[in-house]
Design a binder for this molecule. Structure first.
Ligand SMILES: [Fe+2]
Ligand SMILES: [Fe+2]
Length: 306
């Protein structure tokens, strides 16, 4: 058995990893990859949330929105702090990279352009974060990350509650406000479905599971998200292209995943079926707000340097 196989076996048997000295190259690489995506997603959610937080309809709402942003910056720092133990430089991660080098989820490359979109991001995308991090919190073999996530999970629950409360408030209003929530859900819900990546059958590299850096597969995580998000939307009278299927006893999406996304019009072209490698290309070329968000984050540093 190679070192890699031995480590995979021992973490599957419950061994916890405390430091870089205990890692193989394969373990370290898989951990770095997921920590970068996680840290960048947390960090980039802050500028994504910022503009519409300033347009919140009451002082109370604005205060909650700003404290969410503060939390997200803190979550980003936790992930980068863990990456420092693996040899990265935190300053360099935040300020030393070009916009296209960030690895955040594609959703946070999208402009959020009204308050309805902001609260849908909290109600649906923070739920995606909770599902992903909740799995890591429960199942990861990397002990320092497990400990750090206790604080993160509590704060994410607050973001979600804030999002759901406001989605309900706006959805109950007649006329334009109610319509805005449905319009936001129309493009943001499928973004949440895509968030979890390739279906299990298509995925070739399973290192993160084999090293037990995470515990659940993409499809299991997507199912977790659907099982919370679909009933919430149905309860608010919002239409989503997914439902519970009695026969298979799971939530099913009512289109063939994956599909093309028109970034300018914020519209999914449900009848235009594409491949997962097309999705990866779309993610890699980053979305329309990527540069603006990275500039917002890095501007403090640039101004300070002048
Ligand atoms: Fe977060
Ligand atoms: Fe959050």
């Amino acid at each position: 058995m190679t070192n890699e196989q031995q480590l995979k076996q021992s973490v599957q048997d419950g061994r916890m990893i405390e430091s870089v000295e205990e890692m193989t190259d394969g373990y370290k690489k898989a951990l770095e990859q997921i920590l970068l995506v996680s840290g960048d997603t947390e960090l980039m959610s802050a500028p994504a949330y910022y503009t519409e937080s300033m347009n919140a309809p009451s002082l109370n709402a604005r205060t909650s929105c700003v404290s969410v942003i503060q939390d997200e910056l803190g979550h980003g720092h936790i992930a980068y702090r863990l990456l420092e133990d693996l040899g990265y430089d935190r300053e360099d991660l935040v300020y030393g990279r070009e916009p296209h080098e960030f690895r955040n989820t594609y959703g946070f490359d999208q402009p959020l352009e009204n308050f309805a979109e902001l609260v849908c991001a909290h109600g649906m995308w923070d739920r995606a974060g909770i599902v992903l991090l909740g799995d890591i919190h429960e199942n990861t073999s990397y002990a320092p990350w497990k400990r750090a996530l206790t604080k993160v999970s509590k704060e994410e629950q607050f973001h979600l509650r804030h999002g759901e409360t406001w989605m309900r408030r706006l959805a109950n209003k007649s006329g334009q406000t109610g319509e805005k929530i449905q319009e936001a859900v129309d493009w943001m819900f499928p973004m949440g479905v895509e968030w979890f990546g390739m279906p299990d059958g298509k995925k070739k590299n399973n290192d993160q599971l084999e090293y037990r850096i995470k515990g659940k597969t993409n499809d299991e995580l997507r199912q977790d998200w659907l099982s919370r998000t679909v009933p919430m939307c149905e309860d608010l009278g919002l239409d989503v292209p997914a439902h519970y299927d009695e026969e298979s006893e799971e939530y099913v999406v009512e289109y063939d995943l994956p599909v093309a996304f028109d970034e300018r019009g914020k519209e999914w072209r449900f009848d235009e079926s594409i491949s997962w490698s097309d999705v990866m290309d779309r993610w890699r070329s980053r979305g329309p707000a990527n540069e603006r968000y990275v500039n917002m984050l890095q501007s403090g540093k640039l101004e300070g340097a002048v």
